[in-house]
Design a protein around this ligand. Structure first.
Ligand SMILES: Nc1ncnc2c1ncn2[C@@H]1O[C@H](COP(=O)(O)OP(=O)(O)O)[C@@H](O)[C@H]1O
Ligand SMILES: [Mg+2]
Length: 375
């Protein structure tokens, strides 16, 4: 079960009236964390604006939690700096950072009612009486649990308990809310519902959010910007659209969405790179933003929706397999030693592609990316 706790500053100054201000900008600079010989986080630098919702996305073991734990103050950085609103906080203990936290591995206080759980961080901040009641009621409403205040945690479902934990982490309106796979244990429908709720709550509360997930759909649909991590290294930090349309590395291109990779020969002249595929009879010229590897071999990345197919009996490409999904047909084609997937939008009356059919492949060069092969 996902579990959750709320970290609180010992100071009483951070009352609930502090909301739509400009606090909560977070920067990490050349942050590295070693566990013995393992570089869990490798020279990561990124800046997050106040009020921004940033997802840390990567597969298991990519360093997401370690990065989050260093920001939270539960792990000590091996080197590099963490700043909050321009002030270095490496040496500030976690309980003084005053961040909200939602984890997988913490439970609600089992002996306290839901209302008492949510009130806890407010009381720690010196709020009393009607103020607490009002804020708790508001928080319960935000997470769609009005009327559940008097229950004990074990009288709620797992999903409901996580909502309570979210309410508890948000009720004191921390400048920064850190979440580590908070929805990981929920079923798909509930997860999507809570994704929406968290976005709404983010709008209402205005806290900066750093949200760890290994689910790219979750990251892309929730976050303003997504930081993609691989083996401890930051591959790219960008809006969902930037990641999808302009992946900075072959890893990001492959990790986000569906992608075809075609082997190409690279030639650089001046500020341009020419990528050539003999199998496809295709040449793509792009600005040389990356240094070519000595071998001059690379990969041309193109999304299935930018691969066009035209029936042509004299063409050398053959349809191997296809799948019809109503609005689209996904078509696997082979040409020479290359296989690629095309996503064709189905229009009424136009025949579908069939296995064995000969087709001409058209690739829209404007929607391709060229990457040097890793040396
Ligand atoms: N306390 C620890 N001791 C040793 N190695 C660790 C520890 N925590 C994490 N690691 C290692 O650091 C790497 C990153 O782990 P983690 O940050 O948990 O990744 P993620 O959250 O992306 O799954 C992994 O190789 C993991 O095994
Ligand atoms: Mg993790």
């Amino acid at each position: 079960m996902s579990v959750i706790t709320a970290m609180m500053s010992e100071k009483v100054t951070a009352g609930v009236s502090r909301s739509q201000n400009q606090r909560g900008s977070v920067s990490v600079n050349s942050l590295t964390k070693m566990f013995g010989p393992v570089k869990a986080v490798d020279d990561v630098s990124l800046s997050i604006e106040p009020g921004e919702f940033v997802a840390l996305l990567g597969s298991s073991g990519s360093g997401k939690s370690t990065l989050l734990m260093m920001i939270a103050g539960f792990e000590v950085a091996s080197s590099g700096d963490i700043t909050l609103d321009g002030i270095r906080i490496n040496d500030v203990p976690s309980y003084r950072r005053g961040f909200g936290m939602v984890f997988q591995s913490y439970a609600l206080f089992p002996h306290m009612t839901i209302a008492e759980n949510i009130a806890y961080p407010l009381r720690r901040r010196g709020l009393r009486g009607g103020d607490v009641e009002r804020e708790v009621r508001k928080a319960l409403k935000l997470v769609a649990l009005d009327g559940y205040g008097a229950r004990l945690p074990n009288q709620l479902s797992g999903g409901q308990q996580q909502r309570v934990a979210l309410a508890r982490a948000l009720v004191f309106r921390p400048p920064l809310l850190l979440m580590d796979e908070p929805l990981g244990a929920l079923d798909r429908k509930l997860r999507q519902q809570l994704q929406m709720e968290i976005k709404l709550i983010h709008k209402e509360v205005g806290s900066t959010i750093i949200f760890v997930t290994h689910d790219q759909e979750e990251a892309l649909s929730m976050a303003d910007r997504v930081a993609v991590l691989e083996r401890g290294r930051l591959q790219q930090l960008g809006t969902p659209r930037e990641l999808y349309e302009k992946p900075a590395t072959a890893f990001v291109a492959d990790f986000i969405g569906e992608m075809n990779f075609l082997p190409v020969e690279l030639r650089q002249s001046g500020g341009e790179v020419c990528a050539r595929s003999t199998d496809l009879g295709l040449e793509v010229v792009q600005e040389a933003s990356q240094v070519l590897t000595s071998g001059g071999r690379g990969l041309l990345a193109v999304r299935p929706e930018y691969v066009g197919l035209t029936p042509d009996e004299r063409a050398s490409a053959t349809v191997l397999e296809s799948a019809y999904t109503g609005t689209n047909q996904s078509v696997l084609v082979q040409v020479g030693s290359i296989r690629l997937i095309a996503r064709i939008s189905v229009s009424p009356g136009r025949p579908l592609f069939q296995s064995g059919q000969r087709v001409r492949i058209e690739i829209d060069a404007a929607h391709t990316r060229v990457f040097p092969t890793a040396s």
